[in-house]
Write a protein that binds this ligand. Structure first.
Ligand SMILES: C[S@@+](CC[C@H](N)C(=O)[O-])C[C@H]1O[C@@H](n2cnc3c(N)ncnc32)[C@H](O)[C@@H]1O
Length: 275
């Protein structure tokens, strides 16, 4: 079978057309937010909307991040704070547990999280998997520079089309892949298929803000000094991510309802537990 280019298309080309009525509503609420906040600086006039159950609908973004410009901006960005937090929260949630054996990092990108995890858990062999070869190139270079080739290998593979390098893993981690997937069940099905019995599961992702206005505020707050391409990426990612309740629904559907979920910042959620 030839490569599937469907997921490289824009959302509307992929057939992911938001419900038109809901889309219109989100659009006009967004406009209203923008107009009111421009004219009433310092206030957030429509902050109460989520309380009434009106939140923006998900707008999927490009799935695989292989465009050279995007990859370079992403690979050069400083994610030290959120990525260290990814590892420290894992340490907190699995405190006192022996972490060894085979780990897979799904959607590893340029392997910054993979490397930080490997440094924290030197007894693990880690496979990073990503559908974007250009991302992996950056990761392979960093891994070689740090002399970690015997502990980390990166594999080009696109879920759910390609198999993972091993049939099962003791630990499955993933950061910021979920919101890239047109069908979020791809991640949960993969975890169920490839996790060994009792495997540790730890997923972190963004959650969708109530409105585009709130999303823009987060972009300004956290990426205000970054290049425009990263700011646009972050805005698209926030709009493409899921609400905590939606993630809970996905877990129930995948028979993984026993996993714990938690929001851990104003933009991140985690899913963790054992199979
Ligand atoms: C936002 S990046 C996160 C990268 C890395 N985990 C990190 O935290 O820096 C999302 C990554 O998921 C990859 N990706 C998206 N869909 C995928 C799929 N179906 N299979 C494998 N990788 C995928 C993208 O290519 C991209 O590198």
């Amino acid at each position: 079978m030839g490569p599937d280019h469907r997921h490289d298309l824009l959302p509307h080309e992929q057939g992911h057309i938001p419900n038109p009525a809901h889309f219109q509503l989100s659009f006009w609420i967004g406009r209203l937010y923008d107009i009111l906040s421009e004219n009433c600086p310092g206030s957030d006039p429509l902050i109460w909307l989520p309380v009434h159950g009106i939140v923006m609908e998900r707008i999927p973004e490009l799935e695989v991040m292989n465009g050279p410009e995007h990859v370079l901006a992403y690979a050069q960005a400083d994610f030290a704070e959120p990525h260290d937090r990814f590892v420290s929260l894992f340490q907190e949630k699995f405190k006192g547990k022996k972490i060894d054996g085979y780990v897979v990092d799904l959607g590893c990108g340029p392997a910054d999280v993979t490397i930080r995890f490997s440094l924290a858990y030197p007894d693990c062999i880690i496979h990073g998997v990503d559908g974007a070869e250009n991302m992996l190139k950056h990761g392979r270079k960093d891994i070689a520079d740090l002399g970690l080739e015997s502990r980390i290998t990166l594999h080009h593979g696109r879920l759910p089309h390609d198999n993972l390098p091993r049939a099962s893993y003791e630990v499955i981690i993933s950061n910021s892949l979920l919101h890239h997937l047109p069908d979020p069940m791809v991640l949960w099905d993969c975890i169920r298929s490839y996790g060994s019995p009792g495997a540790i599961v730890y997923v972190m992702d963004l959650f969708r803000p109530a409105s585009r206005h709130v999303a823009k505020r987060l972009v300004e707050q956290y990426t205000g000094d970054e290049p425009a391409i990263l700011q646009e990426d972050f805005l698209r990612s926030l709009c493409a991510s899921f609400l905590l309740e939606e993630v809970r629904g996905q877990l129930e559907q995948a028979d993984l309802g026993h996993l714990s979920t938690e929001t851990v910042s104003d933009r991140h959620l985690i899913v963790y537990g054992r199979l």
